[in-house]
Design a protein around this ligand. Structure first.
Ligand SMILES: Nc1ncnc2c1ncn2[C@@H]1O[C@H](COP(=O)(O)OP(=O)(O)OP(=O)(O)O)[C@@H](O)[C@H]1O
Ligand SMILES: [Mg+2]
Length: 426
């Protein structure tokens, strides 16, 4: 019998013992992907007939998957059909009728995910993009005795679901969490070393995030990062009290399949005072309205984007009618047509200097604003407009708030009449 020698970097040695969750986070080139690819092959050899799935949040094609890397590793170890490994277009057969498959979580529904019950290994690559929904679908599905869930990722922000799960205060039982960076990778290639040094010199702001696994602070192409920093310096983020005499507005981004975001604010003279931010995924409309009422915003005028005039997929009733029937005032902003997203951004940038934020209740929304950024085609060096991701819902609603802003007509007080001298009647 042949024996296979697999070398493991010291940083990854805690992952070699069985455990329910294995999580590796760190900067670029730390060997996260290579390590899990090798572990997956080793497990397929040791436990015959094992089914494994390699997962990403979005997998548009197999090119996005770890398939190629695993094939290269099979080549490196000299493993082929004689050993029970056979590479097909979409899957890799492993010894004893086992298999490794490659899937995107966004293609899964609560029903379809059940096809993964019986899988003993699930490896989530680039797990920083994994949504909370995907995570909650996946965890109970991988339920075989001795099954393991593996996660590898380059951290982005503290509140990303994978970071909250493994680096927050309540790690799941049976998790091994490892941090690894380039300096932990004994095979760190010279090409990447050059990249690293260039980044250190030319993009010092980004260096610690890209290479040392720190959370991102400033993102290049962020639309509001500067304006938020200015708001902070000008002390416009602090305690903002509700004006009891002014109307409350609730500005929505309606999430059909993803998050619904709502900013609560008051338009007071030339200022927008932002009182609260709310975001929820996968909740029915009624839950958002309940939240408004429960937080004292039951009198709010709801300002909706143009899709407020669309029908709810389940009831067929238009959102604006739903909300109106529930007793709220409603205004739907007309579709601004082509370039609507950029128009909202421009409006928000013009207004930003007049916006005040209540600090404690708007943090999640300000996080989204800080992250909201331009998608780039680096090959052609052009911007492709705003990136659609977790932050775009809050940012869209924020832009809509600025579009909807109109200076309220100041109620005309009766002015004392100008009386000429001598006309005083005592
Ligand atoms: N076990 C290994 N055997 C051989 N080479 C390795 C191994 N691990 C890492 N390397 C080398 O280090 C490089 C970086 O490893 P890898 O791609 O796994 O890092 P990563 O942490 O997944 O990086 P990224 O954050 O960019 O995805 C690889 O391209 C390869 O050259
Ligand atoms: Mg990788």
């Amino acid at each position: 019998m042949r024996t296979l020698q697999i070398e493991t970097a010291r940083a990854f040695s805690p992952l070699l013992e069985p455990s329910r969750y294995k999580a590796v986070h760190g900067g670029r080139g730390s060997g996260k992907s290579h390590n899990f690819a090798e572990m997956l092959i080793e497990d397929s050899l040791l436990s015959k007939g094992q089914r494994a799935v390699c997962i990403r949040e979005v997998q548009k094609s197999l090119k996005d998957s770890a398939k190629r890397l695993i094939e290269d590793k099979l080549g490196k170890f000299g493993l082929g059909e004689a050993d029970g490994f056979k590479v097909f277009r979409e899957v890799i057969e492993t010894p004893g009728d086992g298999v490794i498959i490659f899937q995107g979580m966004q293609d899964h529904t609560a029903e379809s995910i059940k096809s993964l019950e019986g899988f003993k290994r699930a490896w989530v690559e680039e797990a920083q993009t994994l949504s909370a929904r995907s995570l909650s679908l996946l965890r109970p599905t991988i339920r075989e005795e001795g099954s393991e869930l593996w996660f590898s990722w380059n951290p982005r922000r503290k509140s990303d679901p994978v970071d909250a799960m493994f680096r927050g205060d309540h790690k799941p039982t049976g998790s091994v969490v490892v941090q690894a960076n380039w300096s932990d990778n004994p095979w760190f290639p010279s090409v990447l070393e050059q990249e690293r040094q260039d980044c250190f010199k030319n993009e010092p702001d980004q260096y610690r995030h890209i290479w040392e696994g720190d959370y991102a602070t400033v993102l290049s192409g962020a639309y509001y990062a500067q304006a938020l920093a200015t708001a902070r310096n000008e002390k416009r983020i602090g305690h903002v009290a509700r004006d009891p005499l002014m109307p409350i507005k609730a500005i929505w981004d309606i999430g059909l399949r993803d998050a619904t975001a709502i900013w609560i604010c008051q338009f007071v003279g030339r200022e927008i005072r932002v009182l609260h931010y709310y975001e929820a995924v996968g909740q029915p409309l009624g839950a958002h309205l309940d939240w408004l009422r429960a937080n004292g915003f039951g009198s709010a005028e709801c300002i909706l984007p143009h899709d407020g005039a669309h029908g709810d997929a389940v009831t067929g009733v238009r959102f604006e009618d739903h909300i109106r029937t529930a007793g709220f005032g409603v205004r739907t902003i007309q579709n601004q047509g082509k370039g609507a997203a950029m128009k909202r951004i421009e409006a928000a940038r013009r207004m930003f200097g007049q916006i005040w934020f209540n600090e404690t209740t708007t943090e999640a929304g300000r996080d989204a604003l800080g992250w909201y950024h331009e998608k780039r085609d680096d090959d052609r060096n052009i911007g492709l407009g705003p990136e659609h991701d977790w932050a775009s819902h809050g940012a869209d609603a924020f832009g809509l708030m600025c579009v909807a802003y109109e200076e309220p007509i100041i109620a005309q007080r009766p002015r004392p009449m100008a009386l000429g001298p001598g006309s005083w009647m005592g």
